[in-house]
Write a protein that binds this ligand. Structure first.
Ligand code: DX5
Ligand code: ZN
Length: 221
């Protein structure tokens, strides 16, 4: 099964953003994860379209944008124009989830649905054919550097069953507390794409940190 690493620039040294992204790419990172927070859906406040535009100029890697914001539909057109490749939002943050997934696709992006630890899978089941990516949150979103919640592993396995029984080819991505000690558990449960902030940019050698995560995926959980 594919293993794709998506380092989160939330944990990068933003004063050295170009260098940090290049280091992650040199280690084999496939995507760049961008955590957008609005101070309402989650308490923290981060960045938006200017960061996506800046990253678009810095790298050819796909930009995996994760919106932890209320009313994410406000940003579909702007983020597509800024260069986002994946547009992932939380269903509780809006009303017309199916419409917004479809609109993200119409604007040339992959449509992603993010599930918090407390979010039931029913949200996914109702729109599974409209989803190109499922993001299973293995922490409660808002901050980097939190610990992987153990219940995430069975949730990933249940999402895998939902996708397989719907014959969906959607990406199954995990976000939060991914380290060399937790990644194999998530991978064995059926995830193929792994967000890593602290584990990559908290390391003095981000390229080697990406390689270490990939190696750890091959280990038994
Ligand atoms: C959490 C964010 C994550 C975060 C992951 O709110 O969605 O993407 O950056 O950070 P680590 O890997 O440090 O748990
Ligand atoms: Zn994220």
């Amino acid at each position: 099964m594919t293993v794709r690493i998506a380092p989160s620039v939330l944990s990068a040294d933003l004063g050295r953003l170009a260098e940090q992204v290049a280091e992650a790419a040199a280690g084999g990172a496939e995507w760049v994860h961008v955590d957008v927070m609005d101070g309402h859906f989650v308490p923290n406040l981060t960045f938006g379209a200017p960061m996506i535009r800046a990253l678009r100029r810095l790298t050819d890697l796909p930009l995996d944008v994760h919106l932890m914001v209320e009313r994410p539909e406000q940003y579909i057109v702007e983020y597509a124009a800024a260069g986002a490749d994946v547009f992932t939002f939380h269903p509780e943050a809006t009303v017309h989830v199916q419409r917004h997934l479809a609109t993200a696709r119409e604007h040339g992006m992959r449509a992603g649905l993010a599930l918090n630890p407390g979010t039931p899978l029913g949200w996914l089941e109702e729109v599974v054919q409209d989803v190109d990516l499922v993001l299973v949150m293995s922490v409660n979103p808002g901050y980097g550097g939190q610990g992987y919640l153990p219940a995430s592993t069975s949730k990933i396995a249940r999402v895998r069953e939902v996708l397989d029984s719907a014959r969906s080819q959607a990406v199954l991505e995990v976000d939060g507390g991914i380290t060399v000690d937790t990644i194999a558990r998530a991978h064995n449960a059926g995830a193929d794409t792994f967000v890593a902030g602290t584990a990559v940019f908290g390391d003095s050698d981000p390229a080697e940190a990406v390689r270490a995560l990939k190696r750890a995926c091959l280990a038994r959980a």
